[in-house]
Design a protein around this ligand. Structure first.
Ligand code: NAP
Length: 306
């Protein structure tokens, strides 16, 4: 039985792995896909202390290398279930034997929210994208639409404007949720057109995206905007593994946990974007990873003393 299983290898999971290794816990990190988490979808990270102007890919690689350097084992496996057993938990895996552990840190992060408009599913991967960093290069010299008003959408619009002929940023309000610095940079970028107070009613095309129907929610004006790509950046949904019936979540599906990352199930911790919190950033996810292990250690000490 492991002392700890960490599920997810984004900034929260990798920081937890570094702290778990330094605490000499027996542990494994489970990751179902590529190590790195949402950082991999970020072009440039300029707010992680000490590492100005690093790409999301490079930062994710540094986190992983650091964790491995400390001795972390990252096992590729998809988690399919959870069982309570004497003294801990059994985690079921898709193509591997279950693992047993005294504690769990869930660091599974979040996944892109969908728009839900006609054409979105039909053209997914054929012009509709949820990752500007991954797919932006395919649209070099073309016209694209970005949807959203948060940091991701504004960063994506600025990033895409470097290679695209024109970017139309569609946002449902006229005030941006994104940081002032980003909004200032956005407004200074000449080939970005702002379509505020606007929503996408439909994404259109034949074999691939050809444009979108944009409606101004204040004036009611509807217009066709030609575009080869639509980048959706309207926030994220928590990856709670379908465990909400076992580990209490808030109404949006985030695990309820405070700064100690302790969920309402003793021995289970939630770190990073998947837990209830005010500010979802790489640095706050990393902080969660450290806090979670600190409290795991205390929990294990109490368990051993029983
Ligand atoms: P976010 O901050 O939740 O913003 C989502 C945006 O999408 C909002 O502007 C929202 O509009 C809009 N939206 C939501 N549902 C919509 C719908 N159905 N149709 C149209 N628009 C919709 O999400 P995010 O930008 O992905 O950022 C997620 C977290 O990561 C945030 O905490 C963010 O600060 C952080 N992040 C930070 C950085 C950075 O610091 N460099 C970079 C990327 C992300 P309303 O504003 O009207 O609600």
């Amino acid at each position: 039985m492991f002392d700890l299983v960490i599920i997810g290898s984004g900034p929260a999971g990798m920081t937890a792995a570094i702290y778990a290794a330094r605490a000499e816990l027996s542990f494994v990190v489970l990751e179902k896909g590529v190590s790195g988490g949402q950082v991999l979808n970020t072009s440039d990270v300029d707010n992680y202390p000490g590492l100005p102007e690093i790409s999301g890919f490079d930062l994710a690689e540094k986190f992983e290398n650091h964790a491995k350097h400390c001795g972390a084992e990252i096992r590729m496996a998809e988690v399919t279930g959870l069982e309570k057993i004497e003294g801990g938990f059994r985690i079921l895996l898709d193509a591997d034997d279950p693992v047993e552990t005294r504690t769990i840190i869930i660091a599974t992060g979040a996944t892109p929210r969908r728009l839900g408009c006609p054409g979105e599913d039909e053209f997914a991967g054929m012009g509709v994208s949820y990752c500007a960093t991954c797919d932006g290069a395919f649209f070099r010299g073309r016209e694209v639409i970005v949807v959203g008003g948060g940091n991701t959408a504004v960063e994506d619009a600025i990033f895409l404007a470097r290679g695209c002929k024109k970017v139309t940023l569609v946002h449902r309000r006229d005030a941006f949720r994104a940081s002032k610095t980003l909004v200032t940079a956005l407004r200074k970028t000449p080939n970005i057109e702002l379509a505020t107070d606007s929503v996408i009613d439909e994404i259109k095309g034949e074999d691939s995206v050809a444009g979108a129907v944009i409606r101004n929610v204040k004036t009611g004006e509807v217009r066709d905007v030609p575009a080869d790509g639509v980048f959706v950046a309207v926030g994220t949904l928590p990856v709670n593994l379908g465990w909400a019936d076992m580990v209490p979540c808030d109404d949006s599906g985030y695990f309820v946990a405070g700064e100690d990352c302790a969920t309402q199930v003793p021995g289970i911790y939630a770190a990073g974007d998947v837990r209830t919190k005010d500010l979802r950033q790489i640095v706050t996810a990393a902080a969660d990873g450290a806090n979670a292990v600190y409290h795991v250690e205390q929990y294990l000490a109490e368990l051993m003393a029983e």
